[in-house]
Design a protein around this ligand. Structure first.
Ligand code: FES
Length: 227
């Protein structure tokens, strides 16, 4: 999805009576030096994290290394929507809220139970399906990032909420523009109010303004758990 992606999605009709994309403001993705992130600088199949739409809500940014095509999905409330697929020259760049749709596990600076795993999926609770999935070690929900984070295994009842991206072909920059799918931000802030006030401070629920820093998960989090 290129420039004007949110407008394009808004103009679409596949979701007309269903889950609608929500604009949360345009936020340019920047590197750790504060410079606009170039999509070409992302390593394929590597976990990157930024925060959007709120200061305390983490998002996975992934270059899947392969095209991700539009996918029809449904939320827990049975609202359907069409995830528009990846952006960028190969349509391989995708972003999803890193808050697990089961019990809201999310990556912090100290610990992460949820991340993208390259290769064949391993799930101790259900037969493995697919490969290159986002896996939550808490209860083994698995999401396919090439299919809009559709649930392939475990107890999650809906896909991870998609974060809509625009890719500027000239500058190779990425901008987050909104979300699509089952948002869980209200539940997240309710569940973790005290924890977030300690981790992030009084700005936890403040909307990210203008720019958001992208970091590799292994740099953002001291203990990424592999299960
Ligand atoms: S919290 Fe992620 S699977 Fe339960």
């Amino acid at each position: 999805m290129g420039t004007g992606s949110l407008a394009a999605v808004l103009a679409g009709s596949a979701w007309a009576a269903d889950a609608k994309p929500r604009s949360h403001g345009r936020v340019l993705l920047v590197d750790e030096l504060g410079k606009p992130l170039k999509a070409a600088s992302l390593r394929a199949q590597t976990n990157y994290v930024f925060h959007y739409p709120f200061e305390a809500t983490p998002v996975f940014l992934l270059d899947l290394g392969k095209a991700a095509t539009a996918t029809q999905l449904v939320t827990r409330e049975k609202l359907s929507y069409q995830w528009p697929g990846g952006v960028g020259p190969r349509r391989s760049l995708v972003a999803f809220s890193a808050i697990c749709a089961h019990k809201l596990v999310y990556p912090t600076k100290d610990l992460s139970f949820i991340s993208f795993r390259k290769g064949a999926a391993v799930n101790p609770q259900t037969p493995s399906q697919g490969s290159d999935l986002i896996h939550c070690c808490a209860d083994h929900s698995q999401y396919d990032p090439a299919r809009g984070a559709q649930v392939l295994g475990g107890p999650a009842e809906q896909p991870l909420c998609a974060v809509l991206l625009e890719h500027d072909a000239k500058s190779d920059q990425l901008t987050a523009t909104g979300t699509l799918g089952g948002e869980l931000f209200d539940d997240f802030f309710k569940k973790y109010e005290m924890k977030l006030s300690l981790e992030v401070g009084p700005n936890a629920r403040q909307t990210v303004a203008a720019r958001s820093t992208v970091r590799e998960l292994d740099r953002f989090c001291r203990n990424p758990v592999r299960c």
